[in-house]
Design a protein around this ligand. Structure first.
Ligand code: ADP
Length: 252
């Protein structure tokens, strides 16, 4: 049974979560075992993520941010606890369901862009739009991230920030409900990093895609609706920004 995407699946409705809850994380822990050694990456994490919001996951290296993001995106599974996606329990899903969940619902952005060097920007995005049901046209997706004039450029002809924006266009072209970004500006300098953040803010605003951005840079937290701060595998703080800054206003 497909607990993630089938409408006939039994809905594992979670109490206490308001409508518009995209993810509900309950008491999630993750332990990595490496031979004799156990690494506790997450300890009893509880979190809700809501439609249309832009959330920054902030914390030092090793605090569990990527582990949490990977669990949300179905790339990893918790050792204990539950994750619900729109009220259905994701932690119950098998490999095939998780693959479908990732393909249909989630866009991923990583620190490195993983573009295909022999394809142009437009062709890199088209790879995705050819296999999904309701794609955004590659030209429109690239326009949205400010690369309408770079359609026929190859990755080697683009700056790092432009390549990352192609990766964002590729991730959003399938109209995912959720965009998960792991240190998207980690390999970029200050000004190109800001352009990438502008592109993420633009996508969040225009498409309403719930967006989670991992960073260890506290200045980036200013662009979020909410900031989730992690330390040693735990969420130590969740704050709402009273005034959201534009990426142009961020300084570090
Ligand atoms: P962050 O994203 O905040 O840097 P991570 O989630 O990557 O933190 O890592 C949290 C902890 O879990 C770290 O101590 C890390 O070394 C460990 N860890 C992460 N992934 C693995 C893995 N695949 N195998 C073993 N340990 C891991």
């Amino acid at each position: 049974m497909d607990r993630v995407s089938s409408s006939t699946a039994q809905p594992f409705l979670t109490p206490e979560t308001p409508p518009g809850t995209v993810f509900c994380v309950r008491n999630v822990s993750k332990v990595y075992r490496m031979g004799e050694v156990e690494v506790r990456a997450l300890s009893s994490v509880d979190l809700e993520l809501y439609e249309k919001e832009l959330v920054v996951l902030l914390g030092p290296s090793g605090s569990g941010k990527s582990t949490l993001l990977n669990i949300l995106g179905g790339l990893d599974i918790p050792s204990a606890g539950q994750v619900f996606f729109r009220g259905r329990e994701l932690t119950f899903a098998g490999d095939a369901e998780l693959t479908r969940f990732r393909r249909d619902r989630i866009g991923f952005i990583f620190q490195f862009y993983n573009l295909i060097p022999s394809l142009t920007a437009k062709e890199n995005v088209a790879l995705v739009t050819e296999i999904v049901r309701r794609p955004i046209r590659p030209e429109a997706a690239l326009e949205l991230v400010g690369l309408g004039d770079r359609l026929d450029h190859f990755p080697s002809q683009l700056s790092g920030g432009e390549q990352q924006r192609v990766a964002i266009a590729r991730a959003i072209a399938k109209r995912p409900e959720v965009l998960l970004c792991d240190e998207p500006t980690g390999a970029l300098d200050y000004s190109t990093g800001k352009l990438v953040l502008e592109a993420l803010a633009q996508v969040n605003r225009e498409l309403g895609t719930m967006t989670a951005v991992i960073t260890h840079n506290a200045a980036i937290a200013g662009m979020a609706d909410r900031v989730v701060t992690m330390r040693s595998g735990e969420i130590v703080r969740v704050e709402q920004n009273r005034r959201k800054l534009t990426p142009a206003e961020l300084e570090w």
